[in-house]
Design a protein around this ligand. Sequence first.
Ligand code: MF3
Ligand code: CO
Ligand code: CO
Length: 260
Amino acid sequence: MMLVRRNAVIHTLEEIVRIRRAAQLTAGVRDEVARLATAGMTTKELDDLAGSLIAATGGESAFLGYAGYPGNICISVNDEVVHGIGRPDRVLLPTDIVSIDLGVRIDGACGDTAVTFGLGAPLPPATQNLLEATSRALAAGIAAALPGNFIRDISAAVEEVGRRAHVGIVRDYVGHGCGIKLHEPPEVPNFTSSMRGPKLEPGMVLAIEPMFNQGTYKVTTDRSDQWTVRTGDGLPSAHFEHMVLITEKEPEILTWPKTM
Ligand code: MF3
Ligand code: CO
Ligand code: CO
């Protein structure tokens, strides 16, 4: 059984074997959904497609039914930040930016990964800057995921990239431990505060997930579906997420794209 120490989960080797597999399957589905997403589809069709791909892994959606979540995956378009639900009346346009966030649960372990991409039309420079900054911030956060560092070092690395890019850094949602449960301690904020958080130790698995907005950092939750989070000013938002294993040396990115 996993060990919870100083409010962080340290996974056993046996758990890490299962988490690694769940994360790799999750990454494969992510890349396939992103490859197959096209203008003209509805977000419901994309969610159904993701459901089929998840089922084909032999696992199930880690999100469906989580706190009552109704979709297979989260699909957040343009000003939607996170937790967008696939809808039969939302037709994707070539000018849209689409964030997909998903997890496969299999053999008692789960994955969690997200990516944001355009659907083909050239993006406004400010939106291109947003996507690049969010992706770079994730890379910077991962580079800080070293044993002996603190959670705050990851937060600082992510925040620094966001500040330099002049984007709005979402504060209401944070990264997290992950692996056996979808959300485990500790929290991994994308901004720094007085809290240093736990010290990073081998066996911790963290979902690092910058959520950046082109304009205001402020967000609102849809009043009718109670899930969809949107930017306060209607400007676009981007989200990238990887699961990383803290090791004795470099972090291992568990949701890295498959090479074969
Ligand atoms: N995948 C989200 C995260 O990165 C959580 C989704 S919650 C759900 O933490 F209910 F939508 F599944
Ligand atoms: Co996620
Ligand atoms: Co997550």
